[in-house]
Write a protein that binds this ligand. Structure first.
Ligand SMILES: Nc1ncnc2c1ncn2[C@@H]1O[C@H](COP(=O)(O)OP(=O)(O)OP(=O)(O)O)[C@@H](O)[C@H]1O
Ligand SMILES: [Mg+2]
Length: 463
């Protein structure tokens, strides 16, 4: 959205309001349109302004405008203006979706601060909407792969292209949590001509003999415990995809067997003598540097070349900071739905913090940090002190950063206790017996403390 002027629509019947607020906004680089009645306001709304000011003293019912499209869909933020006379309509306007109301005569400085912040949120939301994500899964499990970083866009192109050739082998490399499994699924579910399933196995999680029989299956009686014939994942994935996760951990012996499957499209069950034919796509993933593993003779070079037909390297999150706000916005919406919360977004310092962190756990860590924040945040936006990074999640801060300038300030013992209660309850997923036990208090005592929490004892927490 860089470069585009930020549009504001100002709807008021008072000339002085239109004039003072309008010129202040213009001076600060916004593009401003004004309307003094509902019908011209409606026409101007079609231009999709980012922020709309609505005067509650407008002769006609300005609450009506909140039902209009860009506002209703949260593509535009509505801010109300009221006088003492119209003050009683403010709660209703907030209920209908307005973000905030300002009393007239307005304090220009305050308004400028607020809209700067709201603009950023709304622009990110618009960007997420128009980001053209790749959708994988069916309607119930819809999941999106988001990204605006050029390297990610290139990956999306490759995914779309490779999906059209159902047998090409794909090698996905990248640090832990960057989205390797997601991309693998996007390739599989994006493949139009497929009859088979997506079968996955973590090659580092099983001992060699078990891994072998999981992959290749076995004939009845092929070894002591093999009473019945068992089909392996290769057979089960026929016509679909076999996802070999952490391929770097696969024992050398098995690497040869997999190479044979790729080259001959045939395999034998363990203890079997007959070749079985298969058509399948193999997608392999690893967080290791496979080329280095080849150089160190831990990984077969010929298998590496066979797998590396379509290489996809997913960059770590710290190398694509522009993706952080859109991913964050997506996860906030997702967890709002999942957890039944209604968090509007991030405070500016919280957003800053996310943007400047190095994310060793990549997208998975971002997702976890936001899930936790959404679960625990009392305000309607995520404030800095709910962004717990840099320390294990089970650790309790005895200092907290204040929202204004990010300085660390001590917190009171009472607050510390309340936070302990809150975090322990979240950790115990609401199970009070478990939480009480962990805190070393009785259920009765915990209940009293929870009541204090419910009474908003933390409402005055400095942010
Ligand atoms: N670009 C993205 N858009 C949306 N969600 C993403 C994106 N990348 C990753 N995620 C989410 O982040 C989490 C981690 O992704 P995934 O499991 O695919 O990572 P991984 O690279 O396989 O990690 P690991 O190496 O630890 O197995 C998942 O919940 C996934 O949904
Ligand atoms: Mg994975």
């Amino acid at each position: 959205m860089a470069g585009k002027k930020r549009q504001v629509l100002l709807v008021s019947n008072e000339k002085s309001v239109r004039w003072t607020l309008g010129s202040a906004l213009l001076e600060n680089g916004y593009e401003v349109e004004t309307a003094d009645d509902l019908s011209s306001a409606r026409t101007l709304l079609k231009k999709d302004p980012t922020v709309v000011f609505l005067d509650l003293d407008l002769a006609q019912d300005s609450l009506e405008l909140l039902k209009e499209e860009p506002i209703r869909d949260k593509d535009s933020v509505a801010l109300m203006l009221h006088s003492k006379k119209s003050e009683d309509q403010v709660p209703e306007s907030i209920k209908r979706g307005a973000a905030q109301s300002f009393e007239k005569p307005v304090e220009i400085r305050r308004i400028l601060d607020v809209i700067e912040d709201l603009m950023a949120d709304t622009e990110i939301r618009r960007e997420v909407k128009s980001a053209e994500p790749i959708v994988i899964g069916n309607r119930e499990t819809d999941r999106f792969i988001l990204g605006k970083n050029p390297k990610m866009k290139k990956i999306f192109d490759v995914v779309e292209r490779v999906a059209t050739s159902p047998h090409s082998t794909v090698l996905i490399q990248g640090e832990s949590g960057v989205g390797k499994e997601m991309v693998a699924k996007a390739v599989h579910f994006g493949t139009v001509k497929k009859i088979g399933q997506f079968m996955e196995i973590n090659c580092g999680a099983l001992p060699e003999s078990l891994l072998e029989s999981e992959l290749f299956g076995h004939e009845a009686g092929s070894f002591t415990d093999a009473k019945h014939l068992k089909k392996g994942l290769i057979e089960l994935a026929s016509g679909g995809t076999l996802f070999l996760d952490e391929i770097g951990e696969m024992p050398l012996e098995l690497q040869s067997s997999i190479l044979r499957v790729i080259e001959t499209k045939r395999f034998k069950r363990v203890g079997g003598t007959q070749d079985i034919e298969v058509q399948l796509r193999i997608i392999a993933a690893t967080h290791q540097d496979l080329q280095k593993a080849v150089a160190e003779r831990r990984f077969r070079q010929d298998l590496f070349f066979r797998l590396n037909v379509v290489p996809i390297f997913i960059p770590p999150l710290r190398e694509r900071p522009e993706d952080i706000p859109i991913l964050a916005s997506y996860f906030i919406d997702f967890f709002n739905r999942e957890l039944g919360r209604n968090i509007r977004g991030l405070s500016p310092t919280a957003r800053n913090r996310l943007q400047n962190y190095v994310w060793p756990g990549n997208v998975r860590e971002l997702r976890n940090v936001l899930e936790r924040a959404i679960l625990l945040e009392d305000e309607d936006r995520i404030l800095l002190h709910e962004i717990l990074i840099d320390m294990p999640h089970d650790m309790m801060p005895v200092m907290q950063q204040n929202e204004r300038d990010g300085d660390f300030v001590p917190i009171t013992l009472r607050e510390l206790e309340l936070q302990a209660v809150r975090q322990t309850l979240a950790w115990a997923r609401g199970n009070k017996t478990k939480a009480a036990k962990a805190l070393g208090i009785s259920r009765q005592t915990l209940r009293e403390k929870v009541r204090r929490l419910d009474d908003g004892a933390l409402a005055g927490t400095p942010t």
